[in-house]
Design a protein around this ligand. Structure first.
Ligand code: PAF
Length: 290
């Protein structure tokens, strides 16, 4: 365990389950509201904003940094995943995270550990679930385990991964976990590009090209006032196909069931888009109807 002092805050780092648990016992009075921000590292302003929200609404904020192999369906993606541990700690110092935990693989998946498994139904058969079979089982497996290790009162997730938030909320309800899931708005740069660890792999040119996602979502929101979901979807597809990005999918979905909307709108309908800039997979979404 090490204490890192700055003029503003002390960040405690723990590199094993034992260190982490000893620290929790020592530092956190019984009854405290523990806020957890699970991450895979390569932290950016989007994560910082989750930590800031957690600071405002919890007594003690834990950030976990663990690149979870079981949620990757592409081995290149796993091996290319950026690792920026020192920078991550620097950022967390500035924003006042209390404890950062870098678990080892054995801390998360000891030999005798078994995730009970969960049937996610349609949530796992559409969009990311359909294209990346096993991805959400991997996410549930690791998040369930992180919850077991950290005992949070609240856990904060970015809405950029909208489907992930739906899946995690479903898991919490399914296992009746006493944890409040706090979905947090997507952080964007001043031009609208959704912040993501993968943006580190974009060239300056690709960053400009990627703005078509935000443009499409914003235009779709205006179109949604006067057109049907199918019509809005077709225009959005056309807009992305005309750009240099390679479209994977556009869907307009019910925000809870994730069922596709075609003729009728429902409250808080979401448009979800995935497209590639070069070999970087970009994901974004927006509520396009109130
Ligand atoms: O969104 C992420 O960074 C990951 O999917 C999460 C929730 C940390 C689980 O590994």
């Amino acid at each position: 365990m090490s204490l890192t002092n700055t003029n503003k805050h002390i960040v405690i780092t723990a590199y094993s389950r034992e260190e982490f648990q000893t620290t929790l016992k020592k530092q956190v009075p019984v009854g405290s509201i523990i806020g957890l921000v699970p991450t895979m590292g390569a932290l950016h302003e989007g994560h910082a904003s989750l930590v800031r929200t957690a600071k405002q609404t919890s007594d003690f904020v834990i950030v976990t940094v663990f690149v979870n192999p079981t949620q990757f369906t592409n081995l290149d993606d796993l091996s290319n995943y950026p690792k920026t541990e020192e920078k991550d700690i620097e950022l967390l110092k500035k924003i006042g995270c209390d404890l950062v935990f870098f678990p080892k693989i054995n801390d998360i998946y000891p030999d005798d550990y078994q995730f009970p498994g969960i049937d996610l139904g349609f949530l796992d058969q559409t969009m990311e679930g359909e294209l990346r079979p096993g991805h959400f089982q991997g996410v549930c497996q690791v998040v369930y385990r992180l919850f077991q290790l950290t005992h949070p009162t609240k856990a904060y997730f970015g809405l950029k991964d909208f489907q992930q938030v739906s899946v995690i909320q479903f898991m919490v309800d399914y296992f009746q976990l006493p944890i409040k899931i706090i979905p947090c708005e997507t952080s964007r740069n001043n031009k609208g590009l959704a912040l993501s660890s993968r943006n580190l792999r974009l060239t300056e040119e690709q960053k400009k090209e990627a703005l078509v996602l935000y443009k499409t979502l914003s235009e779709s929101k205006s179109n949604a006032i006067k057109l049907t979901p199918s019509e809005v979807k077709s225009l959005a597809e056309e807009c992305i196909r005309k750009s240099t990005l390679k479209l994977e999918y556009v869907e307009i979905v019910n925000p809870i069931t994730l069922e596709n909307l075609t003729n009728e709108w429902c409250a808080h309908a979401r448009m979800c888009i995935v497209a590639y800039a070069g070999d970087v997979r970009l994901i974004d979404n927006m509520e396009i109807r109130e």
